[in-house]
Design a protein around this ligand. Structure first.
Ligand code: NAP
Length: 484
């Protein structure tokens, strides 16, 4: 199958923080992949900006090394890489100072899409927005891309939204949640709204419950001091898991348009009931031989921050009354696996003699590893001897079904950046969505802080604290195994 690459309009993309970790690991290798597919017009340019005193040649060396270290098989295409590097420029700018801005203004071209990626600490977002405006660089058509975290609570998110709104309209602001750029996540919408099979069953009459798991095998790595002030709830649930929940739970929008989709997601967030404290389990990983504990990793022996959280939520509307949504995420777990599972109800009546097992249809949407979708169906066990039933997956692993296309189409960042250039905000969070998500998570976090909630310890390489199993067992359900 040959993928169709639709070129975007000519653009100038400025990456503030162009020398940083995110730019080197994700943004720049991703842009090279887009360039190689022919999606980037020949004249388009990428301008790195940071405080380091580099020139164009120094930045190109840095990007070459980044592509060689973090790129995929495309990095061996040295001829294309040389051509890509020619599209790169660099300007030394301090977000909090006045130097460099005039040079940036002179470099920008009129008549092309102008986008500014804020790949710097959120404390600098306001400075960048203000200076882009004050130095006459941003136009009413410019776009800004804002990285996570977007605030650490409702008040800070509102303040950040207000700061950006001083200089940019909402239609110019692209708040990234890279989970929304994943191929499978978009496929979830295609499967749901593009097939007659699922939508009639997509409600509490047929869906027993939904499970969303984002499991990591890594610990906090070098982000210890940041993570310890954040925790799994702020770092993962408030954004990524809630976005996934929204896509599962939302009503079909009338058209697949940016505001229509985001209106429906917002309604879901607003319909989320407050979570009762006994419906949440927090955890922290313990030391395991040579591998240090969470507290040692973050160098805070008194830390009460969670590296794991599991919870049961309810969306209080007609469609989902009585269908719980179980969310779970954590570090140092037994596998690196992200999955949404829609678990359908049992059949009301068993007609096959001797069949006492519980057979359930499960639609599992795998974000990683092996992006794909499988539907568990019940069939007859092959062979003679009567009607014995077994459950088997109808598996659509994208790499198997789509071959090379699945590989080449994947990375979330590159897709989202191309959406920015196209001016398509569908897969970006709107300001009111982010605020509504914080309004829901704030009371949960405040409750923990008020009662000095102590996270349960869990073994590294496990599926989290025992209590998270109980969260399900109490309801006669169980978590799906974390594979990967
Ligand atoms: P980083 O490695 O610390 O890089 C920060 C970048 O900002 C560097 O290029 C730095 O270059 C530049 N910078 C710092 N102060 C500056 C200033 N005053 N003016 C202009 N440039 C300045 O951080 P990162 O990991 O790339 O993260 C960037 C943003 O992405 C953060 O908001 C982070 O939360 C978010 N994010 C990162 C990841 C990830 O995987 N890394 C994932 C999700 C979200 P100079 O020191 O040369 O100025």
């Amino acid at each position: 199958m040959v993928s169709r690459v639709i070129p975007v309009d000519d653009f100038d993309l400025v990456i503030f923080g162009g020398t940083g970790d995110l730019a080197r690991r994700k943004i720049l290798p991703g842009l090279f992949r887009r360039f190689r597919t022919g999606q980037m017009p020949a004249d388009s340019r990428i301008i790195g900006a940071a405080r380091s005193e580099l020139d164009d040649a120094g930045f190109r060396d840095l990007v070459r090394e980044a592509v060689e270290e973090f790129g995929g098989e495309e990095k061996s295409d040295t001829q294309m890489l040389d051509q890509f590097l020619e599209r790169l420029h660099y300007i030394a700018i301090d977000a909090t100072g006045e130097d460099g801005w005039a040079a940036l203004r002179d470099l920008m071209r009129d008549g092309v899409v102008q986008a500014f990626y804020f790949s710097v600490a959120p404390s600098l977002f306001g400075d960048l927005a203000e200076r882009l405006h004050d130095h006459g660089i941003a136009t009413p058509d410019s776009r800004i891309v804002v990285e996570k975290p977007f605030g650490r609570d409702l008040a800070s998110a509102q303040a950040l939204n207000a700061t950006l709104a001083e200089h940019f309209d909402e239609r110019q602001i692209y708040r990234i949640d890279h989970y929304l750029g994943k191929e499978t996540v978009q496929n979830l919408m295609a499967v749901r709204f593009g097939n007659v099979l699922f939508e009639p069953l997509w409600n509490s009459h047929y869906v027993d419950h939904v499970q969303i798991t984002v499991a990591e095998t890594v610990g906090v790595g070098g982000r210890g001091s940041y993570y310890d002030k954040s925790g799994a709830m702020r770092d993962m649930v408030q954004n990524h898991l809630m976005q996934l929940l929204c896509l599962i739970a939302m009503e079909p929008p009338s058209v697949f348009g940016a505001n229509e989709v985001r209106d429906e997601k917002l309604k879901v967030i607003r319909a989320l009931q407050p979570v009762e404290s006994h419906h949440i389990v927090r955890g922290q990983y313990e030391a395991d031989g040579e591998s240090p504990s969470y507290r040692a990793d973050v160098e805070n022996q008194r830390s009460f921050t969670e590296s794991f959280v599991a919870m049961k939520c309810h969306v209080s509307n007609w469609r989902w009354a009585d269908t719980p949504f179980y969310l779970r995420t954590g570090k140092k777990l037994k596998g690196r696996a992200s999955e949404i599972a829609v678990v359908f109800k049992d059949l009301g009546h068993k007609m096959f003699e001797g069949d006492t097992a519980r057979h359930r249809n499960i639609l599992a949407i795998r974000l990683q590893p092996n992006e794909g979708i499988d539907l568990q169906v019940t069939i007859k066990e092959p062979g003679p001897g009567g009607m014995r039933l077994i459950d088997v997956p109808l598996d659509m692993t994208f790499a198997d079904a789509l071959g090379e296309d699945a590989e080449s189409a994947t990375d979330a960042y590159e897709r989202l950046i191309m959406d920015v250039i196209r001016g398509n905000q569908t897969l970006f969070m709107r300001g009111d969505e982010v605020e509504a998500a914080w309004a829901w998570t704030d009371p949960i976090i405040e409750g923990w802080e008020a009662r000095n909630d102590v996270p349960k310890l869990y073994d590294q390489g496990s599926a989290g604290p025992e209590d998270s199993m109980m969260l399900m067992h109490r309801d006669g359900r169980r978590w799906r195994e974390i594979k990967g």
